[in-house]
Design a protein around this ligand. Structure first.
Ligand SMILES: NC(=O)c1ccc[n+]([C@@H]2O[C@H](COP(=O)([O-])OP(=O)(O)OC[C@H]3O[C@@H](n4cnc5c(N)ncnc54)[C@H](OP(=O)(O)O)[C@@H]3O)[C@@H](O)[C@H]2O)c1
Length: 258
């Protein structure tokens, strides 16, 4: 039997990859037809759906229980991508809601997305420097294609019910090292320039990040700087059979954007 999968966030980085990798089994759920902030708006789209790839792009988790109840009324399975950006619902609390949903469930906890390097595109196009704070901060940059590959296995295969998959990229790289790698792939010198927090805040705003996110991001970087470096997992390889793609690979896949 073919699994019919509804994909939320299908226009986003991860959802687009899930759509591509699922091919015929996928049905996109556009925001104009179903707004995650309004659970009742999902009903029509859930008919004859077996599984749902669910992201939570909202800053509040208020509607998540309602969305899960709506999914559970129609579908059998949910694969949920946890988000650290939900102000009023921690990742543990999101996970607990998924566990209690009555659905067959899989939770994906992803490390920092490699796509965050896109924040630097303006600076990289304009010169040879990337200016920011916490250049020494090590992050396990994860390719969106790997998140999608794990999600697709969990959406369509067996043996993933009740699993919390902690995904990371294959190595920890400081922000300064990421900038150097981008330069190497693009074939031109690029270097990190360390800024104090106040100047870095201005730079992030100039780079186009929303005001509501800039302080959240800098606070998160400050907190991560005082913690041990992220632990690399082999979950991508275990679930998909292929090792996690490197940050260098991500840059090569996205070189045209820089
Ligand atoms: N960046 C990281 O390091 C990181 C790490 C872990 C988890 N995450 C989380 O992973 C998730 C997916 O990331 P991504 O990069 O694929 O996201 P993205 O590229 O920003 O895309 C977000 C998607 O969500 C849709 N969306 C936004 N508001 C919606 C609403 N009210 N109802 C329905 N759909 C809505 C957008 O649709 P439109 O096209 O209509 O806007 C878009 O398809 C995010 O929730 C993010 O917080 C990120």
């Amino acid at each position: 039997m073919t699994t019919r999968v509804l994909v939320t966030g299908a226009t986003g980085n991860v959802g687009r990859q899930v759509m591509t990798q699922l091919r015929a089994e996928a049905v996109a759920l556009p925001r104009d037809r179903a707004d995650l902030a309004r659970p009742e708006s999902l009903t029509g789209s859930l008919r004859e759906v077996d599984a749902v790839f669910l992201i939570w792009p909202l800053h509040s988790g208020e509607a998540l229980p309602g969305v899960l109840a709506e999914i559970a009324r129609h579908a059998r399975r949910v694969v949920f991508l946890c988000s650290g950006a939900v102000g009023d619902l921690s990742m543990d609390a999101q996970e607990e809601l998924i566990r209690r949903s009555g659905l067959e469930w899989t939770v994906i906890r992803a490390s920092t997305f490699a796509v965050n390097a896109r924040w630097w595109t303006g600076q990289i196009r304009a010169g040879e420097q990337v200016r920011g704070a916490y250049g020494g901060l090590g992050l396990a940059m994860l390719h969106e294609a790997d998140i999608a590959a794990v999600a697709v296995r969990a959406l369509t295969g067996e043996g993933h019910h009740g699993q919390v998959y902690r995904l990371t990229g294959p190595e920890v790289l400081s922000q300064a090292e990421q900038v150097r790698i981008i330069g190497e792939v693009l074939g031109r010198p690029l270097r990190w320039v360390e800024l104090d927090r106040v100047t870095a805040r201005r730079q992030l705003l100039a780079d186009g990040l929303p005001l509501s996110f800039v302080d959240v991001l800098l606070d998160a970087y400050a907190a991560m700087s005082s913690q041990p470096s992220p632990e690399i997992t082999d979950t991508v390889a275990t679930v998909t059979g292929s090792p996690a793609r490197s940050f260098r690979q991500w840059v090569a896949d996205h070189a045209a954007e820089f």
